[in-house]
Design a protein around this ligand. Structure first.
Ligand code: 9WN
Length: 426
């Protein structure tokens, strides 16, 4: 296990800035050097959230650069490619072929999938903490219509189940790529082998990579068509973290609406629809579970994503209490030295060293900490802050961490780990 000498707050802060500055490419911050050399959607929102109190102008520029990749359908792509490294990451622009699609932006190449809609939440934080109010108001007025279009896309094209929730159509859209939540829906797909296997990434060496690529190609070959998603696409899941984040972003949009001279009412109604959908469709056994729309079943495994709806400031108190009970139990925080594990420890799929199948993540901890603060759970918020800082102090700004001994996993010098640490130290 690799551990380093104790590091004080000032030194940790300096290290965080040096990671963020090294990972900067123009207005965008890439997630990690080498490994992820483009702009990723939810990564950039976490960078903006982390910088909101420290450098609002850079945070705003990050979001503007990301939203320059938005499609005219309202879809915000999960990757905006940097031309210099275009094909270094697989799948690159030649796989997604966004340029051939009439709805894609003309000036940048993007992927054809989306990621959790953190964007309005990030803009709201930038607005709240801005010192130059005029500049921030101009930013909000510029971004507001884009956020409205993004939410409209989710509410229409992605409500594949008809119950007010947005479905993801690929595991990559969850931001939790190899989570065991996708195992059953992926197993149900035909046993495809991707022809050019040498291109497959070794980031998550598992048998599902063929299926990831196959699913992406099927969607691309439909022309990224919404009716294809509804009628034919074999992967459609209503996931609680994605929808909890969307709900929180609707609440944030309602706060931003007056700044843009708009009515907050529709955003609160949208939040209410998602809240009802979450409670009616995903709540079972004291926690939220993902629903596989193709099998019609709830997916039994419990992961960190199951707590996403705690980001709803109006989630009823009894539900919050049940969720916190599970979160603090030996299934998650109670048995981990470095919580929060991304999959419940007792699940057969739990694996302490494989990305979203066990390790703890700074962004997930930060989201749960936000939720704890929202619901007045002061002690839980304190524990999450302490656990997160302990991981980065011990192992640096790694992509994720072993939940038992805190050793680093995945990429190094990872941007959101650095940016959110700055927020935790503020
Ligand atoms: C696919 C960039 C992204 C994060 C995801 C994380 C990982 C990509 C990959 O890296 O996903 O999008 O190649 O595995 O799971 O959360 O946005 O940091």
């Amino acid at each position: 296990m690799e551990a380093r000498a104790a590091i004080d707050d000032a030194a940790l802060e300096r290290e965080a800035w040096s990671v963020l500055n090294a990972n900067r490419m123009g207005p965008a911050t890439v997630p990690a050097p080498g490994l992820y050399p483009h702009q990723w959607s939810w990564d950039s929102t976490f960078v903006a959230l982390g910088l909101a109190r420290r450098d609002g102008r850079r945070a705003g520029g990050e979001l503007l650069s990301l939203l320059a990749g938005q499609w005219s359908t309202g879809m915000v792509p999960h990757i905006v490619f940097h031309p210099i490294h275009a094909e270094v990451y697989f799948p690159g622009p030649s796989v997604w072929r966004s340029a051939e699609h009439p709805a894609s932006p003309r000036r940048v190449a993007t992927s054809g999938l989306t990621q959790p809609p953190m964007h309005a939440l990030a803009v709201w934080q930038v607005w709240r903490h801005a010192t130059d109010r005029d500049e921030a108001a101009a930013l909000v007025r510029r971004l507001y219509p884009m956020l409205v279009a993004q939410h409209e896309y989710l509410a229409t094209t992605r409500d594949l189940g008809g119950g007010g929730l947005a479905a993801i159509v690929h595991p990559w859209e969850s931001g939790m790529d190899d989570s065991p939540v996708w195992d059953d829906p992926l197993e149900a797909l035909p046993g495809i082998r991707y022809a050019r296997r040498e291109e497959l990434p070794d980031r998550h060496p598992d048998s599902h990579q063929d299926r990831y690529v196959w699913l992406a190609l099927r969607y691309r070959d439909s022309g990224y068509d919404g009716s294809y998603l509804r009628q034919e696409h074999p992967f459609a899941v209503e996931e609680p973290m994605f929808n909890g984040i969307w709900l929180a972003s609707c609440e944030a949009l309602a706060e931003l609406a007056p700044v843009a001279g708009a009515d907050p009412g529709p955003h609160l109604e949208a939040a209410e629809r998602i809240r009802a959908g979450l409670l009616e469709r995903l709540w079972t056994g004291g926690v939220f579970h993902a629903r596989d729309l193709r099998s019609g079943r709830l997916i039994p495994v419990c992961t960190v994503g199951c707590f996403g709806p705690m980001l709803d400031p109006r989630l009823p108190g009894d539900r919050v209490a049940e969720l916190v009970g599970v979160l603090e139990s030996a299934r998650f925080m109670g048995a981990a030295g470095y919580p929060v594990p991304s999959c419940e420890i007792r699940a057969p799929q739990f694996d302490r060293s494989r990305y979203w199948r066990g390790p703890s993540w700074v962004n997930a901890n930060w989201l749960l900490r936000q939720a704890a603060i929202l619901h007045g759970r002061v002690e839980l918020a304190r524990q999450l802050t302490a656990a997160t800082l302990r991981m980065v102090r011990q192992s640096g700004f790694r992509e994720c961490f072993d939940p038992f001994d805190g050793s680093g996993r995945g990429g190094r010098d990872f941007s959101w780990s650095a940016a959110l640490t700055l927020d935790l130290l503020a």
